[in-house]
Design a protein around this ligand. Sequence first.
Ligand SMILES: Cc1cc2nc3c(=O)[nH]c(=O)nc-3n(C[C@H](O)[C@H](O)[C@H](O)COP(=O)(O)OP(=O)(O)OC[C@H]3O[C@@H](n4cnc5c(N)ncnc54)[C@H](O)[C@@H]3O)c2cc1C
Ligand code: FES
Length: 272
Amino acid sequence: MSRYFKAEITENISLNKDYSLLTFHPLTSSIDPGPGQFYMIGCVSDGGGSPESPAFKYVYDPLLKRPFSLFRRTDKGFQVLYRIRGKGTAIIRDMRKGAVVDVLGPLGNSYPMPPENKTALVVAGGLGIASVFYLAEKIAGSGGSAHIHYGARTETDLLMVEDLRTIAGTLNISTDDGSCGEQGCVTDMLGDFLAQNQTAAAAGVIYACGPHRMLEAVSVIAKERGIEAYISAEERMACGIGACLGCVIKTVNGYKRVCKEGPVFRAEEIVW
Ligand SMILES: Cc1cc2nc3c(=O)[nH]c(=O)nc-3n(C[C@H](O)[C@H](O)[C@H](O)COP(=O)(O)OP(=O)(O)OC[C@H]3O[C@@H](n4cnc5c(N)ncnc54)[C@H](O)[C@@H]3O)c2cc1C
Ligand code: FES
């Protein structure tokens, strides 16, 4: 089955001025995604014309699709949680219900589900929550529960918290400025949690997504405590399918393409 498909936008909800939640429904059959995989989404505008006009045409500018993690699946389609950064995401924010977009995916590898005797310790920094939410939801759906540590700069950068509460075993929140939850870094919160919960630490598997420095700190904590850890790396991408080598990162096993061999890597594999 092809990974290229056309999808209809079924919802595009603004969460606040910086973040939105897009839902798209494939118009043809598509491959089932795993947690941690991502989609390349075309940035399509209608060229300012009326869809009724014979001159109406969709405009693909920028030409390159943009990568977004699968946030979750709903009965309305696949969802991605996104931040408006530049031209592409501004166009995506303006895409209306009923618009048809080109999508490529699901791409990359997935987080492995935790073995039955292990506890998932999920760590998300900022938009990293977009990559790990579906994993936590799958764990909850299979009768397990994840300890989720979610940090952001400030309260308005904390997204979908109420939805997260419904799938988390425990949810610990931190913000850099103390506007919500504990004040400080999410990695400090993780360190404290592990110190106070020796059982979870001994039987834990860490899954993390967030800024590079956060992932590096998670990797140090995991190594010190001998905890298996998976991180999702993020690099700028052009093709998304392993052809352009634009997204390589250095690992102990040589350079690897984030879009093809990743985005999920064992933390110990990355050369920080
Ligand atoms: C595997 C993967 C999964 C991603 N998942 C999500 C997601 O779930 N939600 C989300 O909002 N974003 C996600 N991103 C980032 C997203 O792809 C970019 O924000 C988007 O491509 C920006 O497009 P733009 O045209 O709006 O910005 P551009 O005009 O291309 O760039 C605007 C600014 O954003 C910066 N920027 C662009 N891409 C990235 C990037 N990958 N990392 C850091 N800075 C970047 C640029 O340096 C520039 O300063 C993901 C990226 C990857 C590689
Ligand atoms: S984006 Fe082209 S190889 Fe990864």
